[in-house]
Design a protein around this ligand. Structure first.
Ligand SMILES: [Zn+2]
Length: 319
């Protein structure tokens, strides 16, 4: 299967199929976004590396993997003392019920587990990133009854103020000597990663100029939402949102089981042509990240990848 060459590729692992299970693990930040069934079974001992979990909402296909994950963190052969923080949309009845189940069945955990209810527009600093990186929550549109959230990973970057653009280094140095460094530079927020969970199209203002937007794409067309749930997004509107938000890369996930990979790739390519997309589009299909524009993958590469991963895990587990 095609493995796109992009800096984030080796930092992301995930699985997504609408209704069945969704989770995305970002290794650089040791963050798991959602925790659908099978997450611990797929990550094996890497579950011990997870420091934070951000849940988008409380539907079973996004939280069912937590029971196993916490059990393995408690009993498995890894660092059983590393703390784990789980952030979730506050006042979520379904997540509260799962917490109650876990607290009854898992008392006396070997590690610190903290549950933190969050609202929209809240910030969570990633202290281990020298305080330059944080997560800000944003509201998504999924269930009418419960708050659902998306998460932006934001980096604070330093840049030259607009009014000093075009000046030479000598002139800039003179200003710095006279007024200090802060006179010429300012901090800006750059969204480096966005995860939306299940949602109707996300407000483009929430993910403006994100370097990597993970947006659900349950349907290829609006007619496919036969039961008229109106809780999910279809391809055309997701591409439109990504264009409006001026993102660099769009990762589609949560596609319905009814679509084959071939059909998905074909429709994505057509959709991109139609809007003359300037951004890159990838799709998380099952547990593979695929570039729909890339050449077809060799038939046995999936098997090979699996074998490789398995070998790697055995080695890691032995250490
Ligand atoms: Zn859902």
């Amino acid at each position: 299967m095609t493995t796109p060459q992009l800096p984030l590729q080796d930092q992301l692992r995930g699985f997504s199929r609408a209704l069945f299970s969704t989770w995305i693990y970002h290794r650089r930040f040791n963050i798991l976004f959602d925790a659908g069934e099978g997450v611990a079974t797929a990550l094996f001992n890497r579950v011990f590396g997870i420091r934070r979990i951000f849940l988008s909402h409380g539907h079973a296909d996004h939280i069912a993997g937590l029971v196993n994950l916490i059990n393995i963190r408690n009993l498995g052969a890894g660092d059983q003392t590393a703390s784990l923080k789980i952030y979730f949309p506050k006042n979520n009845r379904l997540i509260d019920l799962l917490r109650e189940y876990l607290s009854r069945t898992q008392n006396g955990l070997s590690f610190d587990l903290e549950w933190i209810g969050v609202d929209e527009n809240e910030q969570v600093w990633l202290e281990d990133q020298k305080s330059r990186i944080f997560i800000r929550t944003f509201r998504t549109k999924h269930s009418n009854k419960q708050l659902s959230l998306g998460y932006n990973v934001i980096e604070i970057r330093r840049r030259l103020k607009d009014k000093y653009h075009g000046l030479g280094q000598k002139q800039l140095n003179e200003i710095i000597w006279a007024y200090g460094k802060d006179e010429i530079a300012e901090d800006i927020e750059k969204i480096i990663f966005s995860y939306g969970g299940d949602s109707r199209p996300i407000d483009p203002d929430s993910v403006r100029q994100s370097m990597f937007l993970c947006h659900e794409c349950t349907y290829l067309s609006i007619e496919d939402d036969e039961r008229n749930f109106q809780q999910h997004s279809h391809l055309e509107e997701v591409l439109e949102i990504a264009a409006q938000a001026d993102v660099e890369t769009l990762l589609l996930f949560h596609s319905s089981l009814r679509y084959s990979l071939e059909v998905l790739k074909e429709q994505i390519c057509l959709g991109m042509q139609k809007i003359k997309a300037k951004f890159r589009v990838l799709v998380l299909y099952g547990d593979h990240i695929i570039d729909p524009l890339a050449e077809d993958f060799p038939k046995n590469s999936r098997k090979k990848t699996r074998e490789k991963e398995f070998e790697q895990v055995i080695v890691e587990g032995d250490q």
